[in-house]
Each structure stands twice: as C-alpha cells, then as structure tokens.
Design a protein around this ligand. Structure first.
Ligand code: SF4
Length: 291
C-alpha cells in the first residue's frame, strides 16, 4: 500500500499487476483503488482460474486491460496448469471481456505446448480477443527444473507458424521477450524488447529488480521509491543492459540496433553474461553451437 501511494506521488504513468497470481492477493483491491482513483493506467496479468467479484468491479471501474494465460487446448492447458481449470479460464475470459477495457491472451511457449500455437491463435481470434501474445518459457524456475523450455530452432519454426496463421486471419500477434525475431523477417507480429529504463520490475518485497525473471535486486523501494528509482537508473548493472557493449555475434549483427542483444536474462542464465547474446536467437545459437 505504501508503494502504491509512492507510485502515485512520483507520477508513474502505468502499473502492470502481475504475479504469481495477483488475484489471490488480499491486498489487490485496495492497491487497485489507490492507483485507479489517481488515474494510473493499470493492466492485470492473471491465469484466469480465480475471478473475484470485487476485482472484476474494479477492473470495470478503472478501465483495466486484462491479460489472461492460455496454454493451448483443454488437455494441454490442464496439463500445464496442473488441474481441471480450462473451463474456468474460458469463463473468466468471457467475464473479463464484459467488464475490462480490453482482454489479451498470452501463451507461454514450451516443448509441451508449442505445437498447439495454431489452436491458440485461432481460438483467440474466434473469441475476438483484443490482443494476442506469445512468450517463450524462460529457462528459469519450474521450466528450468523440468527442462520444458523451448530451443532456438523449434522456436523459429513455431514463430513461422504464428506468422502464417496471423497473416491468414489478418491479425497481428505480439511477441514478448523475443527481440531477435527481427532476424526471421515475419510479417504479422509486433516485436518488443525490454532493454529500457521506461519500465521497472518490482517484486512483492518492494525490491527493484533487473528483470522479474532474475533474482537480482538493484534497490529497495522502502523507505523511498524516488531514491530507489534514482539508484536504479544510476546502477552500473542496469546501464550495462540498457546501453549494452555486445560481444560477437551481436556486435556484428545487422539487427543489433533493434534487438540490442535480445533477452539479457536468458543470456545470463545460459552463458553467465548479460550481453553474450540471446540463446534463443538463431544467429547466437549457431555461433555458439547450442540448440
Ligand atoms: S545476434 Fe544478437 S543482436 Fe542480433 S538478433 Fe541475435 S541476439 Fe539480437
């Protein structure tokens, strides 16, 4: 709550409420009220397996955009989520569609579900969803333990399917955390990178993180968010990813000004170096002979 108030005082433009699962957090409604009543733009990222009426009302009142995770058809979604939750997710998509200021569906691509990406896009288009996104499962947390994270070659094949289906339907698909996708010369995708100081990840303990997939804290928001942001912006580690000195093959890459070395979290996890290039990039995978 203190952080939410400081977010308001510091003129932050928008907050994405994510998790874990933010909807189960008992403080979520109060946090939404503090942010929403001051006109701060909010997005909510949820699995959609639990919908709380109070949150739904606040989503409606403050014009929140809601992202919901869908991992594929019923069998695959239930397998990935570890329970019989597909129907609940589909119901919550409908409920949020009636109340939210737009709904997006996001699919985390892994070895288990990536062959169902066409199903995902077609069902999202059929439901007339506002935004559709795919993101590769990161080689961290559970995906690292189970080894289900996707490799470079398979991901390139999947992204070509994404592009073909999107092109056929006449829609665009957002590619999260895949700036190297410029190398694939796709037609129907929006590509996003994150080597920027415009967005900062903050964990539940109030730590400003280098990335929410990495346990690298740069500063603590307590007691003063403004000071923490200043320390964050002044941090050598942050500067090293925002203004990267890239090594080969990125340093010679035609797309380096757009991609800027790709995902530094994956580079760190796989190569132990934030600027060693994104292991999911086909150029990097070939250069380093990994798959
Ligand atoms: S070689 Fe490096 S800069 Fe070029 S697309 Fe791949 S990750 Fe990005």
């Amino acid at each position: 709550m203190d952080l939410a108030k400081q977010i308001v005082e510091n003129g932050i433009e928008g907050v994405s409420l994510t998790g874990g699962e933010p909807v189960v957090d008992s403080a979520l409604p109060e946090i939404m009220k503090v942010l929403g009543s001051e006109g701060i733009e909010m997005t909510l990222v949820t699995s959609g397996t639990i919908v709380r009426d109070e949150v739904l009302d606040l989503v409606d009142r403050y014009g929140v955009f809601v992202w919901i995770s869908l991992d594929g058809p019923k069998y695959i979604h239930n397998l990935m989520r570890g329970g019989n939750v597909f129907e609940k997710t589909m119901r919550s998509i409908e409920m949020y569609r009636e109340r939210a200021n737009g709904v997006g569906l996001v699919m985390a691509l892994s070895k288990v579900n990536s062959y169902y990406v066409e199903f995902f896009i077609r069902i999202a288009a059929k439901l007339d969803i506002d935004r559709i996104a795919v993101i590769p499962a990161m080689p961290s947390g559970r995906a690292l333990e189970t080894g289900i994270y996707i490799g470079s070659k398979q991901l390139a094949e999947v992204l070509r399917v994404v592009d073909d289906v999107a092109n056929e339907i006449g829609i665009y698909v957002d590619l999260w955390c895949m700036p190297f996708a410029y190398t694939l010369r796709l037609r129907r995708v929006n590509i996003y990178g994150c080597r920027t100081t415009e967005v900062i990840d903050i964990d539940p303990a109030g730590r400003l993180l280098l990335c929410d997939t990495m346990d690298i804290a740069i500063a603590s928001a307590a007691p003063c968010l403004r000071d923490a942001i200043d320390r964050y912006l002044d941090s050598d580690v942050v500067k090293s990813v925002v203004y990267p000195r890239l090594s080969e093959p990125c340093s010679r890459c035609l797309f380096k000004d757009l991609c800027r070395g790709g995902c530094f979290s994956r580079a760190y996890t796989v190569f132990g170096d934030l600027n060693a290039g994104d292991p999911l990039c086909p150029y990097v995978a070939r250069y380093r002979e990994i798959e």
